[in-house]
Write a protein that binds this ligand. Structure first.
Ligand code: SRM
Ligand code: SF4
Length: 568
């Protein structure tokens, strides 16, 4: 018998950085005090836990190629906003901050948050402090911790949504780092320095000093409204509602989108149903799943350090067994049968109950900006200032203006007209159901354009669909500048993923309900070939589809070989 032991895999360098960081402080404070335009590699990893990423202006690269000029560094800031909630005053403060310190735009994200781009290192502390003055925060918006918790944001007068929104806040609070928060307060808000207890289980009771192997994402949804894409979450809670009362939640684990070119061991994965929980078990169960991931996630290979791979490699049965025995401590109940039946974009005017209304505005790729006659940023600022509406960000990068009294509706409508912001009912289906990630110029991982490329694709598809009489057909189209999947392109009707400069991979076969993965139809499609190929497919879809069959359903029914033969 061989006595040779296999050495445990070497932890990734980021594990070492966390280990020696003294609960996420590292040298950040010292580096902040230096008159430099960027952080070192070590601090670059740690500032993520505080909600900020070091980026460079990629458009500026070509003009900075001269020796000694270097990169045009800038920071991106991401907020922590469980369920996408913000007050009117907070929104107005962010609008001011984005003008003062960032690039004059705000960006609603696919996880119901807000990002600021283009903040210089010298302004970073003032920007974070300004955000906290409004009682918003950036803590653990990024990094190897639980990220922004998602929940259907619609302010409808139903008890099920209210409970989900409340639980989302509770889970977000419960999973906030403890010592890490102290470091955040000390470094960014001039709080007093506190020495954490020496025992990491006390200092950081849920995470420990190494935090998680990688990011972690939680979301709450309803079977009849999967607007937060529950199957893409690391941990999802699907409300089981009977006669208006929430009986409990199916707990789903192991969703994720990210994949890496040339690494077949990485792939998108849909979350699996694990068990049924009563509402009062949800917060504890989320802690238990986090701890399981903390202990069993891959700390050697960051490309495989997501809970989806634990679920994939173990299978549901083993996951249930380990979870129940070592972390939850109770026998698990079987999940209920609860197929996803719909997704609501929550656009247009809708009654909230009482004398209140909300208005859902479709925001192209989440970008709040003034651009020619389309002055969305000015419109939102003017409306929020005038009627004091609270804000909710959706997982489709859109915004809901909430708590508007009936008497204020005409003023809102006229301000939208004045600033050239189209109402959702005047937008095409494909526009409303499309999303793109930021990609170039800010994202360091982007291979291709996305946010700046999608609008042209949507315009062309609108024309094609109108010509085919398919304008009323909802078709979800999601684009990303690389395979990491930030706009969740692998479960939509159509996914367009940056592959190499001006070439993209085309995915089809997901669907609006976002409960099925798409499949790769063609790789390395030149950007000017995307619409012609989709046009051909749409033409056959129009001719051959079953009654009320969605585009993704049609593509799945035909399968890849048949679709490719249609493309010739
Ligand atoms: Fe993402 C990394 C933007 C949602 C999967 N994502 C990034 C970074 C931070 C690039 C980086 O690491 O330096 C991007 C910053 C671009 C920029 O300039 O702003 C970025 N991700 C975004 C946002 C802003 C896209 C958007 O259009 O809104 C979303 C911010 C969400 C938030 O508010 O928290 C965003 N990212 C997602 C999602 C969707 C979701 O969570 O529902 C995913 C797929 C789900 C998942 O996690 O698998 C996603 N982002 C990734 C990955 C792939 C992770 C992996 O498993 O391999 C990366 C790469 C990484 O982490 O190394 C990434
Ligand atoms: Fe960047 Fe890729 Fe995410 Fe787009 S999908 S934001 S290019 S990491």
């Amino acid at each position: 018998m061989s006595t040779e032991l296999t050495a445990p895999p070497k932890p990734s360098p980021v594990e070492g950085i966390k280990d020696t960081s003294n609960y996420l402080k590292g040298d950040i404070l010292a580096e902040l005090a230096q008159d430099t335009d960027h952080f070192t590699e070590q601090s670059k990893q740690l500032i993520k836990f505080h909600g900020t990423y070091q980026q460079e202006d990629r458009d500026a690269r070509k003009n900075r190629a001269k020796p000694g000029v270097g990169k045009a560094y800038m920071m991106m800031l991401r907020l922590r906003m469980p369920g996408g909630l913000m007050t009117a005053a907070q929104y107005l403060a962010l609008d001011e901050i984005c003008e003062k310190y960032a690039n004059g735009t705000l960006r609603f994200t696919t996880r119901q948050s807000v990002q600021l781009h283009g903040v210089l290192k010298g302004n970073l502390k003032a920007t974070i402090a300004g955000i906290n003055e409004t009682l918003l925060s950036t803590i653990s918006a990024c990094g190897d911790v639980n990220r922004n918790v998602m929940s259907c944001p619609a302010p409808l007068a139903d008890a099920a949504r209210k409970q989900m929104q409340d639980l989302a806040l509770q889970v977000a609070d419960h999973l906030t780092p403890v010592a890490g928060k102290q470091s955040y307060i000390e470094m960014w808000l001039n709080g007093k320095s506190v020495t954490p207890p020496t025992d990491p289980d006390v200092a950081e009771p849920i995470y420990g000093k190494l935090y998680l192997p990688r990011k972690f994402k939680v979301g709450f949804a309803l079977p009849n409204d999967n607007c937060i894409d529950i199957y893409a979450q690391c941990l999802g809670f699907l409300a089981i509602v009977e006669n208006g009362r929430t009986l409990g939640y199916n707990m789903l684990v192991g969703g994720g989108m990210g994949t890496t070119n040339g690494k077949p061991e990485t792939f998108p994965h849909l979350a699996k149903s694990v068990c049924f929980l009563t509402p009062d078990e949800v917060v504890f169960a989320s802690e238990a799943v986090i701890k399981l991931f903390r202990d069993h996630g891959n700390r050697a290979d960051r490309k495989r350090a997501r809970i989806k791979y634990v679920m994939h490699d173990w299978g549901v049965e083993k996951f249930r067994e380990v979870f129940a025995r070592d972390y939850f401590g109770k026998t698990l109940l079987e999940p209920k049968v609860a197929p996803i039946t719909a997704v609501d974009l929550h656009l247009g005017w809708q009654a909230q109950g009482g004398d209140k209304w909300f208005l859902g505005i479709s925001v192209e790729n989440g970008r709040v900006k003034d651009d020619g006659v389309y002055r969305l940023r000015s419109a939102l600022r003017a409306i929020v200032a005038k009627v004091g509406c609270n804000i909710r960000v959706t997982a489709q990068q859109d915004v809901l203006l909430c708590d508007i009294a009936t008497k204020d509706r005409p003023a809102v409508d006229s301000l939208l007209n004045e600033y050239g912001v189209p109402r959702a009912e005047n937008l095409s289906m494909v526009q409303k159901w499309s999303m793109a990630c930021p990609a170039i110029p800010t994202c360091p991982l982007a291979i291709s354009e996305s946010e700046r490329f999608l609008p042209g694709v949507v315009d062309q598809l609108e024309t094609e669909l109108a010509a085919l009489g398919l304008s009323d057909q909802p078709i979800s189209l999601r684009m990303t500048g690389c395979p990491n999947g930030c706009a969740r392109p692998y479960n939509s009707d159509i996914g367009v993923v940056g592959r190499s400069g001006e070439k993209y991979t085309l995915f089809v076969g997901g669907r609006i309900e976002a409960d099925r993965l798409s499949f790769e139809l063609q790789d390395m499609v030149p950007k000017d070939q995307l619409v012609p190929r989709l046009r051909t497919l749409m033409h056959h879809y129009k001719a051959d589809r079953h009654p009320s069959e969605g585009f993704g359903d049609y593509c799945t029914r035909l399968g890849k070989p048949a679709l490719l033969s249609l493309l010739g």
